[in-house]
Design a protein around this ligand. Structure first.
Ligand code: PLP
Length: 445
């Protein structure tokens, strides 16, 4: 890795010649369903800095889509991966035993945001964690239907895709989807579906379940589970008020419906607490996790209250789920998170949010700024009164930031998300925000 001092350094036109050549080969052979925004081709990374194949250095405020929580190739994680790789790479934890799988399950069960004994199922990806939760909810309740939220993203395999309500392109062409899912508006207070202000809000987005849904099209006793992201991720990093979760928990309890919190994106310290649920006092029945859980190695976990995760041997399993090398990376990741990275994320994120909040006054096109910890976003609009979305402006800002060496990504139709590794320094945070400010000014000039 070139000497970087933690900040970007662009030395070629973008993309550079080596990056351009790889992208040309990629375009001939890789699935065109992937959604690449700008031409960044990584060669290596360290902390929050990534180097492309032409020697350009970028500051990574995506963290591989909220995955490399401890930064790129954290030495402690790499050491544990190397050590475990030299012992054994695979044994299939669904048919045999190994100690580090038990150790990680014990750790996650102790940390999970609900009381009492818990059990853990391991998979490889976010969507697998959600599929396990879907199957478990049906199996345990004997009910077949689900409730999810508009704007939600829970994955792209057929079951989790049934729950996803983020972008129609993700569903187009794949009908019929296998699960009966009813989608209701999420508690997006900037764009309240019921035209309420926070002070006049009676949590209509949850009341609609009893007042309308259960009365008309969806018998409550046929609903196995409600799936909810504590902070909506792909939908635009939307943070609901606490009363949304209080009401949701109460409705679920009343009707014997399981409450599944999808913490695939919001978990592992990203919001400044280990689980985003903790900010709201939400105690779910099932939690799904992936992304940041192993700092980049494929791993997911579905954690449930022990009385919920009761199913027969053979009911669900995965050959690769809980790979021992991924688990070694996860144990090292958790150690680093507990040794200070979660607090660091809370601190750095709070300072960033304070500065970003000023953007709403400063720029006519920044309609909303929101987030928790290092899960931050701002929303671009054409007009603050109508809140008309400005997706082209959003894309222009993302492109300009790339040209200046800052990697950021969109979320939802017109928001930009900041989800850097939790290890970023104050200097890197300041640099990123100053860069975004100059990109907003240039794009709106
Ligand atoms: C909340 C949430 N759930 C599930 C998923 C799916 O995860 P994966 O892409 O690992 O299948 C994502 C991915 O962005 C997510 O943000």
């Amino acid at each position: 890795m070139s000497e970087s001092h933690g900040l970007p350094r662009i030395i070629t036109s973008l993309p550079g010649p080596k990056a351009a050549a790889i992208i040309e080969r990629d375009q001939a052979v890789i699935s065109p369903s992937y959604t690449r925004g700008y031409p960044f081709v990584i060669a290596r990374g360290q902390g929050a800095v990534v180097e492309d194949v032409d020697g350009n250095l970028f500051l990574d405020f995506n963290a591989g889509i909220a995955v490399v929580a401890t930064g790129h190739s954290h030495p402690r994680v790499v050491e544990e991966v190397r050590r475990q790789a030299g012992e054994f790479l695979h044994m299939s934890g669904t048919d045999f035993y190994y100690e580090n799988m038990v150790a990680l399950a014990e750790k996650l069960a102790a940390l999970a945001p609900m009381p009492g004994p818990k059990r853990v199922f391991f998979g490889n990806s976010g969507t697998e964690a959600v599929e396990a939760a879907l199957k478990l909810a049906r199996y345990r309740t004997g009910r077949d239907k689900f409730i999810a939220f508009l704007g939600a993203f829970h994955g792209r395999t057929m079951g989790s895709l049934s729950l996803t309500g983020s972008k129609s392109v993700q569903k187009q062409g794949f009908a019929p989807l296998p699960l009966g899912v009813t989608h209701v508006p999420y508690a997006n207070c900037y764009r309240c579906a019921y035209n309420r202000q926070p002070d006049s809000c009676a949590v209509e987005c949850v009341k609609v379940l009893e007042n309308e849904l259960f009365r008309t099209i969806l018998p409550a006793d046929e609903v196995a589970a409600v799936f909810v992201e504590p902070v909506q991720g792909e939908g635009g990093y939307v943070v609901p008020p606490r009363k949304f979760f209080d009401e949701l928990r109460a409705v679920c309890d009343k009707h014997g419906i399981l409450l599944a919190a999808d913490e695939v994106q919001s978990g592992m310290g990203r919001t400044g607490r280990m689980f985003a649920c903790e900010h709201f006092g939400l105690e779910p029945d099932i939690v799904t996790m992936a992304k940041g859980i192993a700092s980049g190695l494929p791993l997911s976990a579905t954690i449930a209250r022990a009385e919920v995760m009761q199913w027969r041997p053979g009911a669900h399993a995965s050959t690769f789920g809980g790979n021992p090398v991924s688990i070694a990376a996860s144990l090292a990741t958790l150690e680093l998170l507990e040794q200070g990275l979660v607090e660091q994320a809370a601190r750095t994120g709070a300072a960033m949010l304070r500065r970003m909040k000023g953007w709403v006054e400063r720029y006519p096109q920044v309609g909303d700024v929101r987030g928790m910890g290092l899960m931050l976003a701002f929303e671009l609009v054409k007009d603050k009164a109508t809140k008309e979305r400005a997706p082209e402006l959003r894309d222009r800002i993302v492109d300009l930031a790339f040209e200046r060496g800052l990697l950021i990504l969109g979320a939802g139709a017109n928001s930009i998300r900041l989800s850097p590794p939790l290890v970023i320094t104050e200097e890197q945070a300041d640099f990123a925000l100053a860069t975004i400010e100059s990109c907003i000014s240039e794009a709106t000039a």
